[in-house]
Design a protein around this ligand. Structure first.
Ligand SMILES: NC(=O)c1ccc[n+]([C@@H]2O[C@H](COP(=O)([O-])OP(=O)(O)OC[C@H]3O[C@@H](n4cnc5c(N)ncnc54)[C@H](OP(=O)(O)O)[C@@H]3O)[C@@H](O)[C@H]2O)c1
Length: 290
């Protein structure tokens, strides 16, 4: 039985220059559910530090990841990790405007995007941000609306040296093309996973263009389920959990995939990082194909 491309212990060169491990960490769970009850920032800081110890040297965050208690992902990361260790890259997102309850109430205009970038710089105590995504549309999917003026605003901030690499999130192929006509796109962050393969074509577009594809909700998201017969079968074959196979599947699916599984649990973090050891076979991949 031959093995599918492993890719689990490999890196990706974001924008051709910023080397990131293909198994990173998503920080959205650290403060507690957006707009929901706060988690202990002290316990979440332990999780963030352990993620880095385990090699998750690419962390995904946003200033709008906060719980009802005013506990913020960016504050947790700064307090836990600053001064940031060599080799750690932090990606953030701007675009959505959220009210105090965490509800999305609008999308930032170019001036508000500039303010959001400055807020992230301050919160994370950085002079420049490694990767900033323009996050558009609703969680249910992209609304397909033109993003040119907003992406151009971020491109100007990149020219000013406040941002190293640009990304787009929750986009269609047409929106990606629109952004690429304005400035280089280093990463696309869209909803995608083993049980949610609608963006297959976009993954391949990104891989062909040297753009990282960074799935969100690769584990089904908060309260999501990974209950699926094929997933269970492959997990049994490898003595692994469904969550581990979901992570390994994305890594094997394309060398452009950079995983950012989210958790506030130390046990889940250890489990997720151990998925780097799982090498799925071609037979596994065929079983898990949509
Ligand atoms: N661009 C966007 O629009 C967008 C939207 C959403 C998220 N994101 C980014 O994507 C990252 C990942 O998203 P996410 O955290 O919402 O979803 P996710 O990675 O699909 O899954 C997180 C959920 O799975 C649970 N989980 C994690 N590991 C597990 C394990 N080994 N066993 C059982 N349950 C496990 C977590 O709960 P526990 O805490 O209990 O482990 C959490 O509820 C976020 O951190 C954020 O950076 C981006």
């Amino acid at each position: 039985m031959s093995s599918a491309p492993r890719g689990t212990d490999t890196t990706f060169a974001l924008g051709g220059t910023l080397t990131v491990p293909r198994l990173g960490f998503g920080a959205m769970q650290l403060p507690g559910p957006v707009g929901g009850p706060a988690r202990s920032p002290v316990e979440s800081a332990v999780v963030a530090r352990r993620a880095v110890e385990l090699g998750a040297l690419h962390i995904d965050t946003a200033a709008f990841y906060f719980s009802a208690g005013g506990v913020r992902a960016n504050d947790i990361l700064r307090r836990a990790l600053h001064p940031y260790p060599e080799g750690l890259s932090i990606a953030t997102k701007v675009g959505p405007i959220r009210n105090e309850d965490g509800e999305m109430v609008g999308e930032a205009d170019p001036g508000q995007l500039r303010a959001a970038v400055r807020q992230n710089l301050k919160d994370l105590d950085l002079d420049a941000l490694d990767l900033v995504y323009l996050r558009v549309g609703r969680l249910s999917g992209s609304n397909g609306a033109p993003l040119g003026d907003r992406f151009a605003a971020l491109a100007r901030l990149r020219d000013e040296g406040l941002i190293r690499h640009l990304g787009v999130s929750n986009v269609t192929g047409a929106q990606l093309a629109e952004a690429r006509a304005i400035a280089p796109v280093a990463a696309v962050q869209n909803r995608y996973g083993v049980l949610d393969q609608d963006d297959d074509a976009l993954v391949d577009t990104c891989a062909a263009a040297g753009i990282a594809f960074v799935p969100f909700f690769a584990l089904g998201g908060s309260g999501g389920s990974l209950s699926d017969a094929a997933l269970r079968k492959v997990a049994e074959r490898h003595g692994a959990t469904a969550h581990q196979v979901a992570i390994a599947w994305g890594l094997a699916r394309s060398p452009a995939v950079v995983q950012i599984p989210g958790t506030a649990s130390l046990a889940h973090l250890e489990e997720n990082m151990a998925s780097a050891r799982i090498s799925l076979t071609e037979e596994d991949m065929a079983l898990l194909a949509a």
